[in-house]
Write a protein that binds this ligand. Structure first.
Ligand code: AMP
Ligand code: ZN
Ligand code: FE
Ligand code: FE
Length: 275
């Protein structure tokens, strides 16, 4: 059992996770956490349900989301916390991103069809079930249609970052998203920087107002956690982390890679300077 621990990176059915927001909160309770944040990709749809579940179960739920952003020619994920999730401008940005994901899903389906693979937009949309369309939904539809044995094969053969049917999302600029997060009274945290991100990009994000960085994440080797810990000290960044759990049996569980509750306090302190 862990005390005073928080998991600040989790997903639900509202993006590409496999559990409801309520079930995510239940898992946080079972893990003995003090707090959690639901950080679905490019949506805050699950936040009200998670918050209500948190009130019932005495679990503190920090409003959050994980935004896809670009900086130079790269995609980065920026976690937003303590945001006013009902903010209109945030809603407009998320609606645009929903559309962009939909169009990109159409392009990926077309690419797969041109390779002779039978999967329709409807197959993919029924997997997403109203959530912002992501590659995991496409992978699930491919499994359902018997085109691949499992999700890993869908990614490794077709839709992974270097796959023949990969298409990028026309994501928003990191600078604009960080400014938007601050305008809604929240803090911006760089998710899983381990994915070969040069330090110059992190420096640029800091110049844009980045508040924190994920030091603790399942994709980080111990040496990388050490490296990002030192980097956070150097740039004055809050050291965050979480399981990035999607609720599948192979992945992490909520509570893994958790951080101390004082991380949330540091976020609130910083957020108060933007509100
Ligand atoms: P998207 O946001 O549509 O580009 O999809 C990215 C999501 O797909 C990530 O958040 C992961 O959940 C999942 N993903 C990315 N790469 C892989 C992979 N190689 N194998 C399995 N899942 C992956
Ligand atoms: Zn995901
Ligand atoms: Fe991510
Ligand atoms: Fe994530």
């Amino acid at each position: 059992m862990s005390y005073n621990l928080a998991d600040l990176h989790t997903h639900s059915l509202c993006s590409d996770g496999l559990r409801t927001p309520t079930e995510a909160v239940e898992e946080a309770c079972e893990a003995g956490l003090q707090a959690m944040s639901l950080t679905d990709h490019d949506t805050v749809q699950g936040v009200p349900e998670a918050t209500a579940a948190g009130e019932r179960m005495h679990m503190e739920v920090v409003p959050g989301t994980e935004l896809s952003a670009h900086i130079r020619d790269r995609e980065v994920h920026i976690l937003a916390y303590c945001i006013d999730y009902q903010d209109d401008q945030l809603g407009t940005t998320l609606a645009k991103s929903f559309q962009a994901r939909h169009q990109r899903g159409i392009a990926i389906v077309k690419a797969l069809n041109s390779m002779g693979l039978t999967v329709s937009l409807d197959d993919v949309l029924s997997q997403a079930n109203g959530s912002p369309l992501g590659r995991p939904h496409i992978a699930a539809a491919m499994v359902e249609n018997g085109l691949v044995a499992d999700r890993d094969e869908a990614f490794s053969r077709y839709i992974g970052d270097r796959g023949p049917a990969f298409r990028p999302k026309p994501y928003a600029a990191a600078q604009d998203l960080i400014a938007l997060i601050h305008r809604t009274g929240g803090v911006a945290v760089l998710a899983h920087p381990s994915i070969s991100l040069p330090e110059s990009i992190i420096e640029q994000l800091v110049a844009y107002g980045l508040d924190g960085i994920e030091v603790f994440h399942p994709s980080h080797q111990p040496a990388q956690m050490e490296y990002y810990d030192q980097l956070a000290d150097r740039y004055g960044l809050i050291k965050s982390g979480g399981s990035d759990s999607h609720g599948d049996s192979e992945g992490t569980r909520i509570g893994d890679y958790g951080v101390g509750y004082e991380v949330i306090e540091a976020m609130r302190e910083r957020a108060a300077t933007y509100a």
